[in-house]
Design a protein around this ligand. Structure first.
Ligand SMILES: [Zn+2]
Length: 252
């Protein structure tokens, strides 16, 4: 098993590689997807670097069952996002917004900068077995390369004003990019910031572990038209639920 510092370095390296990715696939990156022979069940066998997808014991996403959570005095997540012009890219697996330095979050173990956020349809996390129409993952990194993700669940309802500037110009083809107007990611969060916390992994290859997950309990809403706009590009980009393997899920 790799030492934590090595794992962190490899996560940082893979994220940099992902940020440099301009199209659906790079010559040195094995093809992967959500269905068929490159689907989630096969990820661990597609490349030696993806082995954690099948051997990892702390994988994500998980189904968060209230009955299995541990009440904890979780500190509030200190959101310190600032308005910034993100770069929205269709990376062949999702729509992702790469962020310039524009603040981040404070957790019990330190400060994390927001590096990117991206979407899944349906949501990857489930709460008491319930899956939501969509979810957004806000990915943060600390000075040592450790990752912390904030997940926001989205259910069908009224039009989401915060997502309007994005969903009006979703880049249609893998590799397409759009520079967004000045936006503050705080607008995507629900008013109630209560959350579940657990240790998991990236939900895409290479499925690296030691990722700190914060799943906000209160969902936000998106309209059917917004969901449709995303699903026209990505009808299904959610990894299946992974075993909990005795992990503690904290709840505030
Ligand atoms: Zn994600």
């Amino acid at each position: 098993m790799a030492r934590p510092s090595r794992v962190r370095r490899s996560i940082a390296c893979c994220l940099l590689a992902a940020a440099a990715l301009t199209g659906a696939a790079r010559a040195d990156q094995p093809q992967w997807g959500y269905q068929g022979r490159h689907g989630a069940q096969a990820w661990g066998d597609l490349a030696p670097g993806f082995a954690t997808c099948k051997t990892g014991r702390h994988q994500a996403p998980i189904d968060i069952r209230d009955a299995d959570t541990t009440k904890a005095a979780l500190p509030e997540i200190r959101f310190g996002y600032m308005p910034a012009r993100g770069r929205m890219v269709n990376n062949g697996h999702t729509i992702q917004v790469n962020m310039p330095p524009a603040g981040g979050i404070g957790l019990a173990d330190g400060e994390y900068q927001l590096t990117q956020y991206h979407f899944h349809a349906p949501s990857e996390e489930r709460i008491n077995g319930r899956r939501y129409a969509m979810g957004v993952h806000l990915v943060h990194r600390d000075a040592q390369g450790k990752l912390a993700v904030v997940a926001v669940l989205m259910r069908l309802g009224k039009e989401n004003q915060a997502l309007k500037p994005l969903f009006a110009r979703l880049p249609a083809r893998p590799g397409d990019k759009v520079t967004l107007p000045l936006l503050n990611p705080i607008a995507m969060l629900p008013p109630d910031r209560g959350y579940y916390r657990f240790t998991g992994s990236l939900t895409t290859p290479p499925c690296s572990e030691e990722v700190s997950w914060q799943v906000l309990k209160q969902p936000v809403e998106i309209s059917a038209a917004q969901l449709h706009a995303f699903r026209r590009l990505y009808p299904m980009n959610a990894r299946p639920i992974q075993p909990r393997n005795g992990r503690t899920i904290e709840s505030d």
